[in-house]
Design a protein around this ligand. Sequence first.
Ligand code: GAR
Length: 207
Amino acid sequence: MKNIVVLVSGGGTNLQALIDAQESGAIQNGRITCVISSKEDAYALTRARRHGIKTRVLQRKSYENTDLYSEAMRRALDEEQADLVVYAGFMTILGSAVTTPYENKMINVHPSLIPSFCGKGYYGLHVHSAVLERGVKITGATVHFVNAVCDGGPIILQKATEVKSGDTPELLQKRVMEQCEWVILPKAVSLFCEDKIKVEGNKTILL
Ligand code: GAR
């Protein structure tokens, strides 16, 4: 049974999707053992506590820079004996102190079809605003491994949805979450825990 540690910063609807999947038996061979938040007031913490999941707060603002924060995060992940680390709306970039020892053990859900609308500055509603601004007709979500390149690691799963006329960033975010993120994140977590993801260079093969 793999220990899954979920990193959060905000509302935690993706965490909720993982908790629901766990409770319905959709996650094979893994369980969420700890939720770590970069913000002490993140609603995601309430969701975790309601389901009896251990929580920790590691505030980004308590550390002078990314390197010191990353060191502290690595220590926390080691203490939790994390086999899989899931960024679920985690809005802080971590440095090599984490990305190197946890290479191919950390996954992120991003609210666009990578390589479109990703990288520095593309997070949360900004992504959906940029999608509407560009006028693309299809968008979606991507689950990928985290490496040193922001949103650049091997892609595990993607799912698309339509952009509709009259969409606002908020409406589009809701559709992408409901139809894409909440579907592919639990699926990718289960695939990982079942050892069904093989990484070859910057690609994955699903077994
Ligand atoms: C989600 O849409 C997630 O994909 C996005 O932030 C939202 C968090 O919602 N993450 C990023 O943009 C990371 N680059 P949640 O806290 O309700 O899961």
